[in-house]
Design a protein around this ligand. Sequence first.
Ligand code: NI
Length: 388
Amino acid sequence: MKSAKTEEDLVAIRRHLHAHPELSLCEEETARFIEERLMDFGIDDVERIADTGVIAIVDGAEDGPTRAYRADIDALPIEEKSDVDYASKNPGVMHACGHDVHTTIGLGIARAVHRRRNELSGRIKFIFQPAEEASPEDEPVGAERLVQEGVLKSPDVEAIFALHCMPSLEVGKIGYTGGPVWASSELMEIEVEGKKAHGAYPHEGIDAVAVAAQIVVALQQVVSRTIDARQSCVVSVGCVEAGNSYNIIAERASMTGILRGLSQQAMERARQSIEQIVTHVARGFGATARVRFTPGARLVENDPSLESEAIQVIADRLGDTVVTPHLPQLGAEDFSAFSRRIAGCYLFLGIRNEARGITHALHTPQFDVDEDCIGIGVAAMTEVLIGV
Ligand code: NI
């Protein structure tokens, strides 16, 4: 009965978080809520980091390594379209990436590990991380800021684990990739400079709109014709801005987009190809253009032995059918700030339930999860943290 009650509590926690989402760097109430729940569970080694981050440490009975479990806690600027009674109460803000579920699972694991601390050697540091969704900035945010503030130090953290809700994976399953997990991501900004003229006399100007259009078309060949087909990479232009009058040839055009890839080699090759296209297509029409890349999250890749140990523990304790291979994602995750410094293991959590219509993608207004995923996530990662 205790475990049914425990799961019920966690569902209530998830629904509270879901109804009260907060954007990156504004997770004040969320952080307070996390602190209160940790205290309720009897965990008193709790502190703040990076303003709205929370760290909790559970010490085991025996000496041993320090390992970490990371849950991201921030929401997205999306208006929820749902009639569930736990829908967002904050207009325009929504937990559309499942970070409410991640936070709940982090709390559930902390409670379970604390209860079973006699079986634990070493200690587990639970990291409730703000600002995972924040865009690349000059100042470090999210995971990178936590690292700079010493989250992996004193004592040194040897390995770190995380889960992410995965709408393509059936509830009841835990997915692993056996290689790259999330893509390396860069912001791409393109500026085209032409020459203004009246629309009736285009020969007197250089049309930045026409040049930008050619660049967008040419960029479609970066992946199809310069990247090894066995490597995954994507180039997408999401925003084009130019001109200010219907009858004037635009002098400037600016475009922003993303470059993402699952290997450094592909990223490097794509960057070169984009630079060539942008510069030379523009030059071909007498315009000038340049591209600037701003690195965002880097490639998330699992430590192979940590991943296989974790998968083995989950299969042993929860059953062979729970773990399943899954394709890596071209989405990006700032977990790379941890996993490129220490051994990391990032697994996917099945949340899909077609019979109940729970199939919507991450970052969409209809996103939801089958809440049975919470108990499975907690059980799987508790066994991993105690057993690996
Ligand atoms: Ni996410």
